[in-house]
Ligand binder design. Sequence first.
Ligand SMILES: *Cc1c(COP(=O)(O)O)cnc(C)c1O
Length: 362
Amino acid sequence: MTAPKPRPGILDIQAYVGGGHEAPGADRVIVLSANETPLGPSPLAVKAYESLASSLHRYPEGGSTELRDVIAERFGCAADRIVCGNGSDELISLLVRAYAGPGDEVLYSRHGFLMYPISAMSCGATPVAAPEANYTVDVDAMLAHVTSKTRMVFIANPNNPTGSYISADEIRRLHTGLPDDVLLVIDAAYAEYVTRNDYTAGGDLVEEFDNVVMTRTFSKIFGLAALRLGWAYCPTHVADVLNRVRGPFNVTAAAQAAGVAALADVAHMDTGRAHNDVWLPWLTKALSDLGLTVHPSVGNFILVRFKSKQAADDGYAALLAAGVIGRQMGGYGLPECIRITVGLEDENRIVVQALERHLENS
Ligand SMILES: *Cc1c(COP(=O)(O)O)cnc(C)c1O
């Protein structure tokens, strides 16, 4: 065999499979598979996106300067330590590529976001999963898995797919236990949905320490998943590294313009949060009342546990027959669970009706 071969580890990667968007045969398709907002993007963002149609021949402004200024003002960050990316996924993989390689370990929690091990393996680093306690990051277990080879620690807070979070005190305890040369990445993709007093997205730790990065996204509450837009808040030296390794035009002009407009539409974000505040607890209670185990979530989705993998597969099929696309969780080591995004009112009611009927008949 003389064909080109990828570097060791690449072929061990299980390619990420995104949430489905099709339910064959259903009259109405209800997509609750990817934690997208059911309310759609801000109309202001759509307008900004459309206004770019006549200048598609122009390269974007490479530094996302206006967008970073608007983010800085809105979130109380320093603009020169923000780096924008083609989705926060890009920032996650750039961080891993810059700080870890063969022989290094990248630590995450057992049911953490799959892009962490995938990014680690794609640069030859070894992903290490620390066990969780009750489907929540276990700080002691994380610290117990730090070795001399650990270069980075990822936590999603809140975590996808479990919906759980750890408090600001717990994040600080995790940080305090890490050596200064280990980079702690706090992925706060769902931060805007969280309404708990003891929660921090992590920006305060970025301000305070030289080894903490916070990543955020426009894909969730801001409804711009198609445009691929995320940002990282970093210590100066990490921002410098990301700016060296990223593509010079990694964020499209359309994404920059839509991002600026989305941030200006504060009412749209507030509506998204208020909607979730009503329907997250509603869905949690309604499915719990059916005898299913629903893990307490602070995001815009719930993890629903069935009695077995078979029961979860059957539940998934019953939803699909009703036009509802949830997300199967085998890839996360949770084959007995389905993740369901909070939808519009009638979508949520259809979810509950479909599962109620299914469970009555099984
Ligand atoms: C959805 C999600 C993201 C966002 O990824 P983008 O590339 O910005 O769309 C990041 N982290 C977690 C945990 C997520 O669930």
